[in-house]
Design a protein around this ligand. Structure first.
Ligand code: F6R
Length: 617
């Protein structure tokens, strides 16, 4: 959950580190720090509790020395409160010449700490991390070999970690190790980088290598070596990052979230790019590794968390309806603890923006061990999930920096439509015409999203009007149900308002007791043309709550004349094939949550207690 960056090269190291941390701040933002070895050969460290800007201001007032090697960290606290002392880097040894940063949790830290305390080591923080710094420094004092000392210690650590280390006596090298936490190398000319993800260095280089599980990196300005924890050399292929560096900056928007919401016509177009031809035929070459399996799968299990799980819920409707394969969606953290039934004909689809969510990674590993095949739907190139899956369908939404997921969500849904159409084509469960018509409808989505985005004044004003609401309820049916859940999640995480999403038909089975005079309820209304008469049923559901005093805000299809008579406010989305409506109906809900958060004066991009990428279980 923390962000880490490392650099060796000719550029101003403090600038490289702070620039990288800015792009990684979404991973944790309760404290930040850097260490450099300056050109006089001295290790300098600066760290501060609070947002990165506090550290930046501090360094601006009292600059660190010129340096060509350094490490930086932005923290999401696990052990120890967010204070200056607990911020990383941590220094090791009596001489304090070793500096270390860490992302993850060292599970056996208390036992290691007792060993160090008995040996008379004193601690400056309450973190689990500091033990690693002291252990490596102690080994180095004995062996005078930093790489060997590093190997010895990382082999002793349990849990999840990416660790970066520098030592004043070895001023040309940064060492890194990873287990169950992300690490990517950026390859430059006469300079090299390390980062929790490629965003850390994409403005400097597009060439990257993803580091594998239980591997060590020895990073110098003109050489990068990778080895396993036993010291055996490993070759890893490099890949080219297709993110544009400017895509990871706000570009004039008031927040990353505002920009990412506005990005959606483009991000959805990028998800579709070269995958749907103009006649509506879907081609997913990335699924070649699944060619022999797809005709015979008898079940799909989707594993994901949070927003990604709601995207998976929409995918379930599409796959079951078009490809006629039973799909279940499981929260990753529940999945592997309930002894699920997996066979060689089960396809597990792991959905994750970051590709580093530990719960989803663990679910994936469990599924593979049990003999299932794993497809990942992932947004981040080089992510662990992408590397560990049997096949990857990249969402290509571009970097998502705001903690609350928006454009990744719509691209995940669209990726699942593509998957559903691809499987339906292979299994002949729908006629070619039907599949191509849907493919053509997918191609219309970017323009339809732009249409929704061009008319948001009403929903923005509504958000301001509800800034003091204590509870907001969301209702939906069919594919509108996961959108109701997503709307409620966005509001909780951004505006700290209690909100719940319900299937509209479920209300009368209990939740209707919550309705009292003035209660705002946002309802996702299906198309009046839907073949299952869901529209009429939702209108009845609306009447049930209105007669008990609820204030109904409807998201409905353009031209739906009836709905206005049943709601205080209606926001229209373009007419679209019912299955595809979630990609449009979620947008007003994203804007509602964002505007309500701003109206309350909250930090839209970095809501309290959260981090974008949850790399601990
Ligand atoms: C909510 C949100 C989270 C993530 C969840 C999974 O806005 O962003 O609920 O969707 O933590 O993250 P990924 O997709 O990176 O696995």
């Amino acid at each position: 959950m923390c962000g880490i960056v490392g650099y060796v090269g000719p550029k101003s190291t403090v600038d490289v580190l702070l620039g990288g941390l800015k792009r990684l701040e979404y991973r944790g933002y309760d404290s930040a720090g850097v260490s450099v070895i300056n050109t006089l050969g001295t290790l300098e460290t600066r760290k501060k509790a609070g947002k990165l800007s506090i550290l930046v201001d501090d360094i601006y007032k009292t600059p660190l020395g010129e340096a060509h090697i350094g490490i930086g960290h932005t923290r999401w606290a696990t052990h120890g409160a967010p204070t200056d002392g607990n911020a990383h880097p941590h220094l090791g040894g009596n001489t304090q010449k070793l500096s270390l940063i860490h992302n993850g949790i060292i599970e056996n830290f208390s036992e290691l700490k007792s060993e160090l305390l008995e040996a008379g080591v004193s601690f400056a923080s309450e973190t689990d991390t500091e033990v690693a710094a002291h252990l490596i420094a102690r080994e180095y004092d004995k062996t005078n070999d930093l790489i060997e000392s590093f190997r010895t210690v990382v082999r002793r650590l349990h849990g999840a970690f990416t660790i970066l280390v520098m030592h004043e006596d070895e001023p040309g090298v940064v060492l890194a190790a990873r287990r169950n936490a992300p690490l990517v190398i950026g390859l430059g000319e006469g300079e090299n980088f390390l980062g929790s993800d490629v965003a850390a260095f994409v403005e400097h280089t597009k060439r990257a290598i993803s580091v594998g599980q239980d591997e060590i990196v020895i990073l110098r300005k003109d050489a990068v070596e990778i080895e396993n924890f036993a010291g055996h050399k490993i070759e890893r292929e490099e890949f080219l990052i297709d993110w544009d560096a400017s895509a990871a900056s706000k570009g004039g928007w008031s927040s990353f979230m505002a920009k990412e919401i506005a990005d959606q016509p483009q991000s959805v177009a990028d998800t579709l790019m070269s995958r749907v031809s103009s006649d509506g035929t879907v081609h997913l070459e990335e699924l070649a590794p699944l060619t022999s399996l797809l005709p015979k799968i008898d079940r799909i299990i989707m594993v994901a968390c949070g927003t990604a799980a709601y995207a998976a819920e929409v995918g379930k409707y599409a796959i079951e309806s078009w490809a006629r394969i039973p799909v279940s969606v499981e929260l990753s953290h529940e999945f592997r603890y309930r002894d699920p039934i997996l066979t060689p004909n089960t396809l597990v689809v792991a959905v994750s923006q970051s590709g580093e969510t530990m719960d989803t990674l663990m679910a994936t590993r469990y599924a593979k061990e049990a003999g299932a095949t794993v497809l990942s739907i992932c947004n981040t190139q080089g992510a662990t999930l992408a590397r560990e899956a049997d096949a990857v369908l990249y969402t290509h939404a571009g970097p998502e920096v705001a903690v609350a997921s928006t454009k990744a969500f719509t691209s995940q849904i669209v990726s699942m439509y593509l998957l559903a159409l691809h499987i339906a084509g292979i299994r002949n469960t729908r006629s070619l015409n039907e599949l191509q018509d849907t493919g053509k409808n997918l191609l219309k989505l970017p323009a339809q999203i732009a249409d929704v985005l061009s008319n948001t004044q009403g929903i923005r004003s509504l958000a301001k009007a509800y800034k003091d609401a204590e509870t907001v309820l969301f209702l939906g049916r069919n594919v509108g149900f996961p959108i109701a859940l997503e709307g409620a999640l966005k509001l909780k995480e951004l505006a700290y308002i209690h909100s719940e999403g319900f299937a509209a038909g479920e209300l009368k089975h209990g939740p209707i007791a919550l309705i009292e005079a003035g209660q705002p309820v946002i309802v996702i209304v299906p198309s009046p043309n839907d073949p299952d008469s869901l529209h009429a049923k939702v209108i009845s559901n609306i009447e049930e709550i209105r007669s008990r005093g609820a204030k109904v805000i409807a998201i409905a299809e353009e031209g739906d004349q009836r709905v206005a008579q049943h709601a205080e406010e209606v926001f229209f989305i373009p007419k679209v094939q019912q299955m595809l409506a979630p990609v449009l109906s979620v947008i007003p809900l994203q804007i509602f949550a964002m505007e309500l958060s701003s109206a309350k004066g909250l930090d839209v991009d970095q809501p309290r207690n959260l981090a974008k990428s949850v790399t601990v279980e």
